[in-house]
Structures are given as C-alpha cells and as structure tokens.
Design a binder for this molecule. Structure first.
Ligand code: SAM
Length: 211
C-alpha cells in the first residue's frame, strides 16, 4: 500500500473523509506538494514548512475541511491562501471538469510554487490569483463555496458578499494563536454560523484580516 493510501485509510477510519473526498485525495499525492527535505514526512499527520514562514496544513485538517465544505461537481469555489496548492488541487478534483477553483495568495513566490505543484497533475480547472484574499475575488463572484486556509480575527465581509445565496464558507476565526473553524451558511442577507472544531492556522494578513 502506498503512503498516500495508508494515510487516506487512516483518515477514513477516523471519519475525517467520506468516499468522495477519499477518492479526490487518492488523485492528489501529498508528496508532490512538500519540499524535498521533508519528503519522508509527506504522509505524517502534521503541517510542514513550505518556505517564507508558511505551511501546508496537516492531512487531517485538509481532509476535514474538504469534507465540511461539501463541494459538488460543477461548483465555483474560491480558496484564500494557496500555499503549496494541495488544498486547491483536492477541491478541483471535487468540483470536476465542469467546476472551477480560484485560489488567491498574497505571497508572489507561493503563488508560483502552487502553480508549479498543481501543474504536476493533469488539472486544468485551477485558476491562480495573486493578491489580498481578505477582499475575495469579486471578478468571478458569486461563489458556491469559499474556503479560507489562514486565521482571521473575524469573517471578512467581502467574502460573505461574494458568496451565493445558500453558499457555504469555511474559515478559521480567532486569535493569532488559536481559532475555531467556522462554517458560515448564507441564508438571504443573514448568515448562520457554527463552530466545527478548534484549529491553529497561520494568520490571514490583509485589509480585512490581521494587519
Ligand atoms: N491551502 C494551503 C495548502 O494547501 O498548502 C495552505 C495555506 S497556509 C496554511 C496559509 C496561506 O495563506 C499562506 O500561503 C499565506 O501566505 C496565505 N495568506 C495569508 N494572508 C493572505 C491573504 N490576505 N490573501 C491570500 N493569501 C493569504
């Protein structure tokens, strides 16, 4: 059994993934998104450095967020915080060829890294955007799903504005040290918020995030 398959089976037995997310993760080997020096830890359930003080999240977090976001074929998805490109690639598998993932990253070298990593797979439905993701990406809004993979002091209003009616947004909200992973569902002009689990993410830095 490969390291990826072993990791997925473990995530499945702990309830972090369902069949669809497991299938998407099978097509996206995590080792392709890890710097060479950490290759041996590619399938350990731990975040790993990707350079410039940033990290690729632990597999269990990526798995749980992918499952909770509930991405269906054909959906338009916005990710804030491209990092290594790993989460974006899994979302792209879930959205399928009729769907699309826009991923926004503020650090130019990382958007390049994410692009290079995603190009190792045959995905054509990931679009890379450099900029401050706290403002969302209005050009392509509204989105069926939005996922933020960095910690925010509050829910940035532009992201709520760019979400479709009935759409879902996942975001870690809290201090720079600890956050709650919040699921936000847009119902009319209101939002329903639920706390899914405690998490620890690097900060979301920008106009509607940390300064
Ligand atoms: N999703 C990534 C992956 O699969 O590897 C991991 C993301 S890492 C935990 C958080 C990322 O958010 C970092 O790459 C960081 O530069 C980025 N980030 C922080 N603030 C941002 C902002 N305002 N807009 C876009 N990206 C931001």
């Amino acid at each position: 059994m490969s390291g990826n398959e072993e990791m997925i089976e473990l995530l499945f037995s702990h309830g972090y993934v369902d069949e669809r997310v497991a299938e998407a993760m099978r097509k996206v080997p995590r080792e392709l998104f890890i710097p060479e020096e950490y290759g041996r830890s590619a399938y350990a359930d731990t975040p790993l450095p990707i350079g410039l003080g940033q990290t690729i999240s632990a597999p269990s977090i990526v798995a749980f967020m992918s499952k909770s976001l509930d991405v269906q074929e054909g959906m338009k998805v916005l990710e804030i915080g491209s990092g290594s490109g790993y989460q974006a690639a899994i979302l792209a598998e879930l959205a399928g060829n009729s769907g699309v993932v826009y991923t926004v990253e503020r650090i130019p070298q990382l958007i390049q890294l994410a692009k290079t990593n995603v190009e190792k797979l045959s995905l054509t439905n990931v679009k890379f955007v450099e900029g401050d993701g706290t403002k969302g990406y209005a050009q392509e809004s509204p989105y069926d799903r939005i996922i933020v993979t960095a910690a925010s002091p509050s829910i940035p209003q532009p992201l709520v504005d760019q979400l479709k009616e009935g759409g879902k947004l996942l975001i870690p909200v809290g201090s720079r040290m600890f956050q709650d992973l919040q699921l936000v569902v847009k119902v009319g002009k209101e939002v329903e918020i639920s706390n899914l689990m405690p998490v620890v993410f690097v900060p979301l830095i920008g106009e509607f995030g940390y300064k």
